[in-house]
Ligand binder design. Structure first.
Ligand code: HEM
Ligand SMILES: CC(C)=CCC/C(C)=C/CC/C(C)=C/COP(=O)(O)OP(=O)(O)O
Length: 299
């Protein structure tokens, strides 16, 4: 156990909240909520709220266990050195207990209040993020986020399963959509925080394979992502609201990804193309998933 620094105040609730990576959590929870609301059944509001709470707690637990495991590399990177463990505001054992307790609580509550399918997929996603991504792949291969990124793609499936007790083609497509969105989302960021990862010895793609390959890979992953993003419409799984919004937003995503791939920065651009793509990637997922719900409830 690493003791917290005696010079710093003890951990308070803000530090425990920081362990859950709350900003990333908002989008994870939103995609879970949209998966639930897109299902062809109407869930009781109390049960729906409980399911979303379980997704939030489960994802938060996964974030805490991720920070428990990688306090050493977080301490080296500028972006992460202020987190509770590397900053010495919390001891590792507290983070471990918090993560395991919260994770177990979220899965048990999901199983008791909703159903076994949702609890099982929630368990898989927590284990995937902690064991497959954080412990196994992150420090070993530049394909870490391609495979490990599946963890963040489960919430729409969990939301759907919570409402229906089952999975179906639409939530599987949503899983594939987030799965294929993750590499452009993350590699765009990795292009402008490359030195951080290099210093920490994390083999992210720009560090290992270089900038050119990374730009090319961002462009490549955008193609199947775009197809899967729009596919629910021609397949008859959604209506025109989703079709139009997803097509427009995906076209925009495609333009930004193309700029990253070609590295075309016009003089009037205020931002690096990779920074623009990273920022847009977050808005993109919010809007497209929002359109899915609008389509089901308005149309
Ligand atoms: C392995 C997959 C992923 C990796 C490695 C990754 C990595 C990152 C990193 C390093 C940041 C920078 C800012 C921060 O530390 O908060 C970030 C931001 C963000 N990510 Fe991801 N991400 C992944 C998947 C996802 C998924 C699946 C979602 C949600 C569906 C997501 C949502 C977000 C959001 C909302 C932000 C912006 C946070 C802010 O405003 O500060 N990410 N991501
Ligand atoms: C439902 C459920 C359990 C979902 C969990 C999945 C989850 C929280 C996915 C988000 C993925 C994520 C934040 C990766 C950050 O990478 P990193 O950990 O390498 O980032 P860092 O460098 O900021 O630590």
């Amino acid at each position: 156990m690493t003791p917290a620094s005696p010079l710093l105040p003890p951990a308070d609730w803000r530090d425990f909240l920081a362990l859950t990576k709350p900003r990333v959590l908002t989008l994870v929870v939103f995609t879970g909520l949209c998966g639930m609301l897109a299902a062809p059944v109407t869930i009781h509001p109390v049960l729906g709220f409980t399911a979303i709470l379980c997704i939030a707690l489960g994802a938060g637990a996964a974030g805490a266990l991720n920070q428990w495991y990688e306090a050493d590399i977080d301490a080296v990177m500028k972006r992460t050195m202020g987190r509770p463990l590397p900053a010495g505001r919390m001891d590792r054992q507290s983070a471990l207990h918090f993560g395991v307790g919260l994770g177990a609580f979220s899965v048990i509550l999901m199983g008791l209040a909703l159903n076994v399918a949702a609890a099982a997929i929630l368990t898989i996603s927590i284990l995937f993020y902690v064991l497959i991504y954080t412990v196994w792949l992150k420090r070993r291969t530049p394909q870490n986020i391609v495979i490990g990124g599946a963890a963040g793609a489960f919430p729409p499936l969990i939301g759907w399963a919570a409402a229906t007790g089952d999975v179906a083609l639409l939530p599987l497509l949503l899983f594939m959509f987030v799965f294929l969105w993750t590499p452009p989302h993350f590699w765009a960021l990795a292009l402008f925080v490359k030195t951080d990862y290099a210093n920490a010895g994390v083999p992210m793609l720009p560090v290992v394979a270089g900038e050119k390959v990374t730009r090319h890979q961002i462009g490549l992953y955008t193609i199947p992502m775009a197809i899967v993003a729009v596919a629910p419409w021609p397949l008859g799984l959604t209506g025109a609201i989703y079709g139009v919004v997803s097509s427009v937003m995906t076209a925009w995503f495609g333009v930004l990804a193309w700029r990253v791939a070609r590295r075309t920065t016009a003089a009037e651009d205020k931002m690096l193309p990779e920074k623009a793509l990273f920022k847009f990637s977050v808005l993109y997922l919010f809007v497209v998933f929002g359109a899915l719900v609008a389509d089901r409830w308005i149309a």
